[in-house]
Design a protein around this ligand. Structure first.
Ligand code: FAD
Length: 416
């Protein structure tokens, strides 16, 4: 070991939602545990509220805090960036040239947004009516674009899965449609997705079809955004028709883009990734499939759940239980059931709270039909969930009432 090698019992890569929650929970469970978090960013972001910012109903400044203020007490913050993993030597390499060694490693580095994979996009983001709620600095511009819309065509895009918060591309669509309806603006509302349906879980997708009908939105399935010409306000889509692909160019007045996403490059290039590039973990134990002292959670792994902070809420206690069991040889091991939640903002004031497990099993927190958009869920999303989130980072998890429940196949009345 040289001078620039740090050594900790638990090293966590990434101080986002997942990394800090695990750090906080580890310290609350075992206050003398030596835990370090490697996180380069000065700021921590509450990303789930960026949808509300784009919808003009939340202050962007409230979604950002200093990382130093979010760090759970007693945790060592290494403000650096991981560049490589050497799991056979229990070591991670850092951008500064230093290294960190561990007995247990938790990888929670989130995902990478591949803005550059859409030709012309980066040059025009934030101007010409081209925006995205997937960036802190752009979410306020989304609202600027929506409220200055006077007609014409508004296009909302979704890339191929997986992405973080699979519902976010259409949440802003409904908020925009609701605003236009209220303001008496008659604009063409369009949703583009490479997939065959509005949502991956058929139970909720059928209900969302009703919301789409309600607003007169035109869904365009099998459409993938590939290029944008900002100054000319034109978007190019690749349309899949069986084996064939054709190109379609459309004019827009507003273009909300959700770009393709993938595992961070430094994970893709590491021995922790599988062929897909994501960090390979067992979907129940969240333990790495090849290295017993390595765990992973959050957006960066292969687990086939919806990548959300809600999923992190249920993954973190599993990682902590299984890591402490491995460390001490006692305690109860736990298993993650794939829980995720997607609060779909069907209007400014109501939410359809989609909650589900692996394989699309419907598992709501409350014993009422989750397909019905409710005002109570709006208040939950706007006020209570942010409060819970900031506490979660310190290891206070709050409620978890989700469980598998049955509902009639027939759709209830849906009033967005
Ligand atoms: C617009 C939008 C809407 C959303 N809506 C919802 C919602 O309604 N409900 C919900 O539950 N979820 C929602 N999400 C998703 C949620 O924010 C993420 O799933 C969650 O933040 C994942 O946590 P994470 O820790 O895996 O990743 P992140 O929170 O993104 O954190 C990853 C961390 O890793 C750090 N990192 C990256 N590279 C390195 C490196 N080389 N070395 C060290 N550290 C590194 C980053 O700086 C970052 O701090 C939304 C996301 C967006 C963008």
């Amino acid at each position: 070991m040289n001078d620039s090698t740090m050594r900790h019992v638990v090293v966590i890569v990434g101080g986002g939602a997942a990394g800090l929650t695990v750090a906080g929970l580890l310290r609350r469970t075992q206050p003398d545990l030596d835990v370090a978090v490697i996180e380069p960013s000065e700021h921590h972001y509450y990303q789930p509220a960026w949808t509300l910012v784009g919808g003009g109903t939340y202050d962007i400044a409230r979604t950002r805090r200093l990382t130093a203020d979010c760090m759970p007490s007693g945790v060592t913050w290494i403000q650096d960036r991981v560049t490589g993993f050497a799991p056979d030597r229990n070591r991670v390499e850092l951008a500064s040239g230093a290294a960190a060694e561990y007995r247990y490693l938790v990888v929670a580095a989130g995902l990478q947004i591949d803005w550059g994979r859409i030709q012309g996009l980066e040059a025009t983001l934030g101007s010409n009516g081209v925006t995205s709620n997937y960036r802190y600095d752009l979410a306020p511009y989304t609202w600027e674009c929506i409220r200055s819309l006077r007609g014409g065509e508004a296009l909302f895009t979704q890339p191929a899965m997986p992405i973080k918060c699979a519902g976010a591309p259409q949440k802003i669509l409904y908020l925009a449609a609701d605003h236009c309806r209220g303001a008496g603006v008659s604009a063409g509302m369009h949703f583009f997705t490479p997939g065959p349906a509005m949502f991956g879980v058929p139970f909720y997708s059928r209900a969302l079809d009703k919301v789409v009908d309600h607003y007169g939105i035109q869904p365009h399935f099998a459409h993938n955004l590939v290029a944008v010409d900002g100054p000319a306000q034109k978007a190019v889509f690749e349309v899949a028709e069986g084996e064939e692909k054709r190109s379609v160019e459309l004019s827009f007045d507003l273009l909300h883009v959700v770009p393709p996403q993938s595992a961070p490059d430094f994970i893709k290039a590491s021995p922790l990734a599988d062929a897909s590039g994501w960090m390979s973990v067992d979907k129940h134990s969240l333990r790495h499939t090849g290295f017993d002292n390595v765990f992973g959670l959050g957006d960066c792994t292969t687990t086939p759940n919806s990548k959300t902070a809600a999923a992190v809420r249920c993954q973190a206690p599993v990682v902590v239980a299984n890591l402490l069991h491995a460390l001490h040889g006692k305690g109860t091991e736990r298993s993650y059931d794939g829980y995720a939640s997607c609060p779909l903002t069907t209007s400014n004031g109501r939410i359809m709270l989609a909650e589900f497990l692996y394989d699309g099993v419907v598992a709501p927190s409350f014993p009422v039909d989750p397909r019905i958009p409710r005002r109570a869920y709006w208040w939950l999303k706007k006020y209570y969930l942010p409060f819970l989130y900031w506490r979660m980072l310190k290891g206070h998890l709050g409620f978890d009432w989700h469980r598998q429940r049955s509902f009639p196949e027939a759709l209830p009345a849906i009033e967005p």
